[in-house]
Design a protein around this ligand. Structure first.
Ligand SMILES: CC(C)(COP(=O)(O)OP(=O)(O)OC[C@H]1O[C@@H](n2cnc3c(N)ncnc32)[C@H](O)[C@@H]1OP(=O)(O)O)[C@@H](O)C(=O)NCCC(=O)NCCS
Length: 181
């Protein structure tokens, strides 16, 4: 008699709606968080809104990231701070789950990364973005991309938009710039 063993049914995971009143903490990413960060980034990357990242790269780079996580460990947002010199850093891979847009999490992630930059003595933080209005409201201003050193463009080698880059460079100084810290 042939016994057929059916593989277990794989059901799509349906996440509950986000409760806007539930507490969300902005904290350094843990390695396990990166498994939730990956689809967050790559769903937006599939819409050409940001650069794709593999799980392997994200796990390797987890120390650069902070996440916005609820008290059950659900990651609703993420962003990273990439250091280029003792004074210059970039905000990378900023993303918020569409179910949580407009709740202020993107702004909170940016402000946390700015605080971290200031603590490190970084004076200038920049971002390459299609959401320049979002960054302007957080005190960033648009600058020429040419002002950044060549090593900033290392990631661009793998970008499908390499020769047709439509991202806008925005930057903001930290309080460390005025010798305030
Ligand atoms: C850009 C992005 C990170 C913003 O995340 P977010 O959590 O929605 O950001 P915020 O809630 O802080 O701000 C979004 C808007 O909500 C408004 N807002 C902030 N707090 C709010 C609140 N408590 N109630 C209502 N509105 C609020 C802000 O004024 C802002 O307005 P704007 O879109 O006109 O700038 C998010 O839209 C995203 O993930 N986009 C796709 C990926 C992307 O483009 N990333 C940027 C690459 S650098």
């Amino acid at each position: 008699m042939l016994i057929q063993i059916a593989p277990p049914a794989v059901e799509a995971v349906v996440l509950p709606p986000v409760d806007p009143a539930a507490p969300v903490m902005i904290r350094p990413a843990r390695i396990a968080d990166m498994l939730q960060v990956e689809p967050l980034i790559n769903d937006f990357a599939a819409q050409n809104l940001m650069l794709p990242k593999t799980r392997e790269i994200l796990v390797r780079q987890f120390r650069e990231f902070v996440v916005a996580a609820d008290d059950r460990g659900r990651v609703l947002g993420c962003g990273g701070l990439r250091i280029f010199s003792p004074t210059l850093a970039e905000i990378i891979s900023l993303a918020v789950d569409p179910a949580a847009h407009g709740l202020g999490l993107g702004g909170r992630v940016v402000e946390r990364l700015m605080e971290d930059a200031e603590t490190l003595g970084i004076t200038t933080v920049f971002a390459l973005t299609l959401r320049d209005g979002f960054f302007h409201r957080l005190g960033f201003h648009t600058v020429s991309k040419e002002m950044f050193p060549a090593k900033v463009w290392a990631d661009c080698r793998n970008c499908p938009k390499l020769h047709a880059c439509d991202e806008i460079a925005v930057m903001r100084e930290t309080a460390a710039a005025g010798g305030l810290s």
